[in-house]
Ligand binder design. Sequence first.
Ligand SMILES: Cc1cn([C@H]2C[C@H](O)[C@@H](COP(=O)(O)OP(=O)(O)OP(=O)(O)O)O2)c(=O)[nH]c1=O
Length: 186
Amino acid sequence: MIFLASSSPRRGDLLSQIQIDYQRVQTSVDEYQQAGEASQDYVQRLALEKALSGLTHNQNKGLVLGADTIIVCDGQVMEKPKDKQHAQKMMSLLSGNTHQVLTAVALVTATQQKVKLVSTDVSFKTLTTQEISDYWETGEPLDKAAGYGIQGIAGQFVTNISGSYSAVVGLPLYETKQLINSLKGS
Ligand SMILES: Cc1cn([C@H]2C[C@H](O)[C@@H](COP(=O)(O)OP(=O)(O)OP(=O)(O)O)O2)c(=O)[nH]c1=O
């Protein structure tokens, strides 16, 4: 059994998919990129901070997993949309373009910390203003990085993916299993 320092329903579902039992633990982390911080460093720091915050909330007990997903498109970091306008701006940058989805997974115990970063290339078809607007109205974009869900309605926008599909949804399953095994075995 592991402790999941995440409120994301997807991350729980992904752990269940590979038969890993989990229990959710609370976290309290402010998600802000520091000045001059590279996106790869940022996403790994957030995953680690979430896991460590979960460990603290769990009285330093057990194996705690935290994760974070961000999108990088033409050098711009994209996180969850603040509102419709923000979401539409991100979608218009993703349209007809290829972006990177960076997901970091961190696994910590009271004595050990491990972080793994996975980058996946995702290409979108060219989207019309109407498609972008209609997509926002579905409600799907709201709680997702860059305002889209590859596992949902936005699946129809994806022309190519190179890397880890599960990482785009929130947790890279191959790397997560490897991390869990490596900490369990030590
Ligand atoms: C790109 C993409 C992201 N997402 C989700 C994964 C993450 O849950 C979310 C990115 O936000 P995160 O800040 O990584 O995670 P979260 O706030 O949902 O959950 P927590 O911090 O409690 O762990 O976007 C999808 O579900 N599908 C997608 O195609």
